[in-house]
Design a protein around this ligand. Sequence first.
Ligand code: TXA
Ligand code: MG
Length: 313
Amino acid sequence: MLENTQCQKALDCLKKGELVILPTETVYGIAADAQNEEAVKKIFKAKNRPDFNPLISHYAEVSEIDKDVVLDSRARKLLEKFSPGPLTLVLNKKENSRISDLVSSGLKTAAVRIPEKELSLELLKSFAAPVAAPSANLSTELSPTQIEHLNPKLLDQVSLVLDQGPCEHGIESTIVDLSTDKVIVLRFGSITSQEIEETLGEKVFLKDDSGEVKAPGSLLKHYAPKTKLRLNSKEALSENDALLAFGEPGSNTQAFQKVINLSPKADLAEAARNLFASLHSLDKEAFQSIAVMPIPEQGLGLAINDKLIKAAS
Ligand code: TXA
Ligand code: MG
């Protein structure tokens, strides 16, 4: 029996092929046994997610990951440095990989990661097998960084919610593709490309440099709030606009119905943590539009701007 009774219940649910909401340090996930195709189908259905968009498998230990995908020295280095933590690696599947083809959408590669939240690690450790978990939002909606964001339509389809408070990072994990000789960052997250480059001591390519889009999910419409976002602006264009500020907002704020500041002290990590919760909250209030102040295009700012550009398009 697990020490935490909620974890024990979650473990029983996973073993029965049911869905569980899983806390992680990035965003909440909707999880199922990655070996059980019937269970994995429930994830795609609950999220209304196209089946060509593969899922990340979650683990507690490198020794378990090693059973399912090929770990070269680069992968081991990155896992040692950044796991548990907001890093996902895309690696070649082993012949006898436990990760079902449905999870990896029939690709030869699979995405794996070790999340940092204690409850999830306890659960994953005792499950001792891959657990598939995309972000726990409906496709095209914002990812949840606290359980209050969970869509009731999604909650209807899960057996249990493991609540471990707000997610510390607030944006999804950095995805690094190591399935070829090149190191390619497929999705920006809290771990920056510079950090990957420094750890590996080799050049890192960004998904655009390589010419093709490799994360199938990046082809899709994403993170779309209902309210129109206007990026790099601190101007109100109507009487019913909101401002998503960063740093010192200036004197213009009275023109807005509401102002939320992602980080008054202009700290990018704080802004990332607050991003989805702020968008969730502003989007509920039916403003005409939301002006978003410029975010510096460096380090974590790249990840934040990537989310904002997708949300605005
Ligand atoms: O922080 C996170 O990574 C969260 C938490 C719950 O762990 N999960 C998450 O999952 O963001 P999801 O499904 O929302 O995003 C997974 C991304 C998708 O864009 C998908 O296309 C990509 O990972 N992906 C998965 N397997 C892949 C593969 N074999 N090759 C390339 N991209 C892959
Ligand atoms: Mg997602």
